[in-house]
Design a protein around this ligand. Structure first.
Ligand SMILES: [Zn+2]
Length: 267
């Protein structure tokens, strides 16, 4: 790649350029990358601010909700003056102030799904897409949504387009992070979510301590940068769990579910 970082960019990103694994190549790759962040709540605010500050090229910010008073305890890109504003637009304003060189695209409608093709055997997953975004042109999807239906939908769309998915969740004082590269033989989010059943709670019912979403959202930003630049080793094939009450991290191998309707549907 011949593109050279300007003097100002070299200064802005100097501490990353010093990292031998990352360097100029990593910075230039990041600067030409696009991430879709779904949900600009607690996780999304944390993930978005680090992706923007570190110099990602383009951020698509999807959220149809408006900022409410009960969000401000943990959704750090939104402030009092943003109450009633759409979260994607509020986040885009805050991120532009952090790094004006990032292209910010707020998507303020509820994510709509398009099913293009229905599998003939009734078992396979149809080809689906999100109507507002061409996922095949997104380099990584960072799932910061707060409900199982959206997570499973994003997983299907990412699998169809082989777009890597960085998943995060936080509730009470516990969080989890996983990366689904959507490569052959790797587990997908559905391989994991089948263990949750119907009893998944949201932080509306169960509560969440503010710093927890910052920790998990920051981990998602870190994993997204690793996915985009090839630096380090991502959490692909593993589930990382954080217990904030006791300050303990644990990781487990994630097996492929042999009956997964998403990633094991091919004959
Ligand atoms: Zn699967």
């Amino acid at each position: 790649m011949n593109k050279v970082l300007s003097r100002a960019q070299q200064s802005r990103y100097g501490r990353q350029l010093l990292l031998p694994q990352f360097g100029f190549d990593g910075q230039e790759t990041l600067s030409t990358s696009t991430a879709l962040i779904v949900g600009l709540g607690g996780l999304g605010c944390a993930a978005a601010q680090y992706l923007a500050a570190s110099g990602i090229g383009r951020l698509l910010l999807a959220d149809f909700d408006n900022v409410e008073l009960s969000n401000l305890q943990r959704q750090v890109l939104h402030g009092d003056a943003d109450l009633g504003k759409n979260k994607a637009e509020s986040a885009a304003q805050a991120l532009a102030a952090i790094n004006p060189h990032v292209e910010l695209v707020p998507l303020i409608e509820r994510i709509e799904v398009e099913r293009v093709e229905v599998a003939s055997d009734g078992r396979g997953i149809a080809k689906i897409g999100i109507t507002q975004v061409d996922i095949s042109k997104v380099d990584v999807v960072v799932d910061c949504s707060d409900n199982l239906a959206t997570r499973e939908l994003l997983n299907e769309v990412c699998y169809q387009h082989q777009t890597p998915l960085v998943s995060g969740a936080a509730i009470r004082m516990e969080g989890q992070v996983a990366v689904f590269p959507m490569t052959p033989g790797a587990p997908c989010y559905q391989c994991l979510s089948r263990h949750f059943g119907e009893q998944e709670l949201s932080c509306v019912e169960a509560g969440v301590l503010a710093p927890l979403v910052g920790i998990i959202g920051s981990m998602q930003a870190l994993e997204a940068i690793k996915v985009l630049t090839g630096v380090g080793k991502t959490l692909a094939g593993r589930l990382l769990l954080f217990d904030g009450a006791y300050g303990e991290w644990q990781s487990f191998g994630l097996p492929v579910w042999s009956d997964c309707l998403v990633c094991q549907n091919a004959s």
